[in-house]
Structures are given as structure tokens and as C-alpha cells.
Design a protein around this ligand. Structure first.
Ligand code: C2E
Ligand code: MG
Ligand code: MG
Ligand code: MG
Length: 280
């Protein structure tokens, strides 16, 4: 620690820093324990066809109930990525999703592909793709039952062999969506380098859509993204659709698939099945 010299000495180590580190370690420990004690769960959010509203897919989203509080993924996924816990957590997500899909396919006649999110760090493990294919085979599921959502940071991660493993999954018939498109370090060259089948336009471009906002309308951008995706034979999903106006605009722009609170919030498996899988 810096000398607690009086005067103008710069403090390199502050009590606030100690507090932040210990909060992080505590979060990490509680998360590790939650994984061990099976207190993580998956919720499922519908994806519907923009044309007729029929269910065409769903996204599995991780949930952590920590006692009374629900800790959002945006808070614990980054921590899990940094400390490496994302690898066992990711394996849990794969196993849980596969067994949920198998159960649903056993009970309901039409279950659309279910997507899971993959972090770049999971690709450090060379067995990720093979593990997913093995899990599907063990559950007697076709590869079309599962999709993955990745971000372009997979390409930037020098530790992993992301593209090779994605090629493997794609060749086996697993759909691959590029998530949060338009944010971060988006480069158009990734659209060519990544073996994707679907492009998900980030929520930040959907929010200002048709909203009559002073900070500018995102419609020209969304229109261009959709045209570009279609010319590359990619399907387009709009994330974060919250209003009927956004829905109408996206329909007019020829967007293929819609996802967002307007259509449905992420739901626990039982509620998802009741709302979307029963009587189809
Ligand atoms: P994402 O993959 O981009 O997921 C979309 C997020 O937007 C989800 O937040 C979803 O609940 C939220 N969302 C959906 N519709 C709307 C809407 O209409 N309005 C608004 N405001 N939000 C909407 P969530 O579940 O909190 O997840 C946040 C992020 O955490 C995900 O972003 C994903 O990057 C990550 N994540 C979630 N589950 C997993 C997982 O199993 N593995 C990994 N590696 N990451 C995950
Ligand atoms: Mg996603
Ligand atoms: Mg997203
Ligand atoms: Mg996101």
C-alpha cells in the first residue's frame, strides 16, 4: 500500500479498491457455490416470424437466484468470464438446454431450434464443439435442435480457435447467430469470416426506431443492415422489440424474425411451454 503520507502523495491503493476486490471475490465464490448447488436456471425467450407471428425459435438466458435477489447476467457473466468460471457454467448451460429440448421434443410435436449464448472464453477449450455434438447425440437430438449465439469478439480472441470450432458446428448443421450486431468492434469482414446463418441487430438500433426522437432515427441504418444481411443470405433477427411501432417498421423493412418484450419476456421453462408449445 502507498505510504499514508500526509500532503499530496498519490494513493496507489485505496480502501475503495479493497472493497471492490472483496465484493468481486465474494460474487465469484457465491457464483461457484450456486453452480455446485444447482441454483442456476435457464429462462427462454421466444423468437417469432415477423410475417405471421409464428414461433420460429427461442433463446435460453441464464438466471441466478441468489437468495432473495435475482442477479442479472450482465453482472455475473463478465465476472465468470474473467475468472474462468464461464467454462463450467457454459457446460452446465449446454447440458441443461439439451435436456430441456429433449424433454420438450418428447412431449410436444413442434419445438423450434433453441439458441444458447457462447462466450469467447469457452472456445479456449478445444473440445467445446465436439462436446456439444456429443451431448446432442447422447440425447438423440438432431443438430437442428440447437443454435448458438456468439459475438464478434470470438474472432478477436487470440487464445481460442473460435472460427475453426464454429466451422465444425456449422458443418454439422447447427445454426450460428451473430449477436449484438452493430456494437463493439463490429467489422464487416467478420460477416465473411464467421460461418454464420443469422444476424441479430443489437437492441440499441431497435430502440430509436420509429420513436420520433431528437437524437436521430436509426431506420436508415436498420434498413441498410437488413439489406446487407439478405444479400449475404443471412436471416435477420431484431432484438429488444418493445413497441407496436417498432414491430410495424421492422415488418415494413423486411426483417425476418422479432424478439423482445412486446412479443414475450424470457420465461421459466414451464411458462414458456404453456404459452408457446402446448397445442401447436
Ligand atoms: P443477449 O444474448 O444479447 O440477450 C438479450 C438480452 O436482452 C437478454 O438480457 C434479454 O432478457 C434482454 N431483452 C430481450 N428482449 C428485450 C426487450 O424488449 N427490452 C429490453 N430492454 N431487453 C430485452 P439478459 O437475459 O439479462 O442477458 C444479458 C446478456 O447476458 C445476454 O445478452 C448475453 O450476452 C449474456 N448471457 C445470458 N445468458 C447467457 C449464457 O447462458 N451464457 C453466456 N455466455 N452469456 C449469457
Ligand atoms: Mg443472445
Ligand atoms: Mg443480443
Ligand atoms: Mg447482449
Amino acid at each position: 500500500a502507498a505510504k499514508s503520507a500526509g500532503g499530496n502523495a498519490i494513493r496507489l491503493h485505496t480502501p475503495q479498491m479493497d472493497q471492490r476486490v472483496s465484493q468481486r471475490v465474494s460474487l465469484e465464490n457465491r457464483l461457484r457455490q450456486a453452480l455446485q448447488e444447482d441454483r442456476l436456471s435457464l429462462h427462454f425467450q421466444a423468437k417469432v416470424a415477423a410475417g405471421d407471428g409464428r414461433l420460429v425459435g427461442a433463446e435460453a438466458l441464464l438466471r441466478w437466484q441468489d437468495g432473495e435477489t435475482m442477479i442479472p447476467p450482465d453482472q455475473f457473466i463478465p465476472v465468470a468470464e474473467e475468472c474462468g468460471l464461464i467454462v463450467p457454467i457454459g457446460e452446465w448451460v449446454i447440458a441443461r438446454a439439451v435436456s430441456q429440448i429433449a424433454e420438450w421434443r418428447h412431449r410436444y410435436p413442434q419445438v423450434p431450434p433453441i439458441a444458447i449464448n457462447l462466450s469467447p472464453r469457452q472456445f479456449w477449450r478445444p473440445s467445446l464443439a465436439q462436446g456439444m455434438l456429443d451431448a446432442l447425440a447422447a440425447a438423440d437430438l438432431p443438430t437442428s435442435a440447437l443454435e448458438v449465439e456468439i459475438t464478434e469478439s470470438v474472432v478477436l480472441d487470440p487464445e481460442g480457435d473460435g472460427i475453426e470450432q464454429l466451422n465444425r458446428l456449422r458443418a454439422a448443421g447447427i445454426g450460428i447467430a451473430l449477436d449484438d450486431f452493430g456494437t463493439g468492434y463490429s467489422s464487416l469482414s467478420y460477416l465473411q469470416r464467421l460461418p454464420i446463418s443469422v444476424l441479430k441487430i443489437d437492441r440499441s438500433f431497435i430502440r430509436p426506431l420509429a420513436a420520433d426522437r431528437s437524437d436521430g432515427d436509426s431506420e436508415p441504418l436498420v434498413r441498410a443492415i437488413i439489406a446487407m444481411a439478405h444479400s449475404l443470405s443471412l436471416q435477420v433477427v431484431a432484438e429488444g422489440v418493445e413497441t407496436p411501432q417498432q414491430l410495424q417498421t421492422l415488418q415494413a423493412l423486411n426483417c425476418d424474425i422479432l424478439q423482445g418484450y412486446l412479443l414475450s419476456r424470457p420465461l421459466p421453462p414451464g411458462q414458456f411451454a404453456e404459452k408457446f408449445l402446448v397445442d401447436r
